[in-house]
Design a protein around this ligand. Structure first.
Ligand code: CP
Length: 302
């Protein structure tokens, strides 16, 4: 893992996930440890972000590293026509590791192939979001005691949802049963379903959310992502497909936790926030510990 890019969740084995999660637990106990004082972390965000960028920057700051980067490529020389390759080669001269979010699928892989410093994929289009997956795994393990043999529902935009794709693939290592709730137009891509089948695991597909809630340990809600639709009429048709309200949780399991990578729009009403089963803001907090674990592992400081 040391000095290696993290482009896809498939880059890590089950044992490597566990190693990151164990280290994240240590950072949760002692968050400020100045072990990256001599390092510079670059955060290059070609797409908007609140949690991923700020939790990476918080993680780096708590470790004593300096942070450089941008939140809008329009303020960089990309606007003048500079290529992704030249941007990466340049930033690699100023930093020890690059965290990058980009709207194009495959951009993180490409960046990792041209970069002399490790690249961490902070989301590439609708493809993958592996660091979100690690914090999702951390949140599941922390709330359920283990990752094994869980009933997990994924709800919403399973077609374009990069957090869903990465997490389903990771959970295939833990004997998960998958409950996939989506509009017909937004079903999980077949390559991800193939991965479930090849792992000898079971998935069920639904269009109705209420049937699923009593069955599951984890309810992973997602936003229907307006920005992924080329036709706004298609978005309008599905945008309100699932809205989780507090009274829908009455028959849920005692151990149920509701996760959401966030941001949410209207798919979880605010009355759910005070339910002890709502875990999405703690989930976002866990991102700091997991990203501390990732930065220190990849930079060889732990
Ligand atoms: N979960 C997530 O990726 O959130 P941001 O888009 O705010 O980074």
């Amino acid at each position: 893992m040391e000095n290696k890019s993290l482009v896809s969740i498939n880059d890590y084995t089950k044992e490597e996930y566990q190693k990151i999660l164990d280290l994240a637990e240590e950072f949760e106990v002692r968050t400020t440890q100045k072990i990256l004082e001599n390092y510079v972390v670059a955060t290059l965000f070609f797409e908007p972000s609140t949690r991923t960028r700020l939790s990476f920057e918080s993680a780096a700051s708590r470790l004593g590293a300096k942070v450089i980067g941008f939140t809008d490529s329009a303020s960089t020389s990309v606007k003048k026509g500079e290529s992704l390759k030249d941007t990466i080669l340049t930033v690699s001269k100023y930093s020890d590791i690059i965290v990058m979010r980009h709207p194009r699928e495959g951009s993180a892989k490409y960046a990792s192939e041209v970069s002399p410093v490790p690249i961490i994929n902070a989301g590439d289009g609708s493809n993958q979001h592996p660091t979100q997956t690690l914090l999702d795994l951390y949140s599941i393990r922390k709330t359920q005691g283990s990752l094994d043999n869980k009933e997990v529902a994924f709800v919403g935009d399973l077609k374009f949802g990069r957090t869903v794709h990465s997490l389903v693939i990771a959970l295939c290592s833990f004997n998960t049963t998958f409950h996939l709730v989506s509009p017909v137009e937004l079903k999980l891509p077949s390559y991800v379903k193939k991965h479930i089948k090849e792992s000898n695991l079971t998935y069920y597909q639904y269009t109705d959310l209420s049937d699923v809630i009593p069955k599951v340990d984890i309810l992973y809600m997602t936003r229907i992502q307006r920005e992924r639709f080329s036709d706004p009429i298609e978005y309008e048709k599905v945008k309100n497909s699932y809205i989780l309200k507090n009274n829908m949780l009455n028959n849920s399991k005692d151990n149920l936790k509701i996760l959401h990578p966030l941001p949410r729009v209207n798919e979880i009403t605010e009355d759910v926030d005070s339910n002890p089963k709502a875990y999405y803001f703690q989930q976002a907090q866990n991102g700091v510990y997991v990203r501390q674990a990732l930065l220190t592992t990849i930079l060889g400081a732990k």
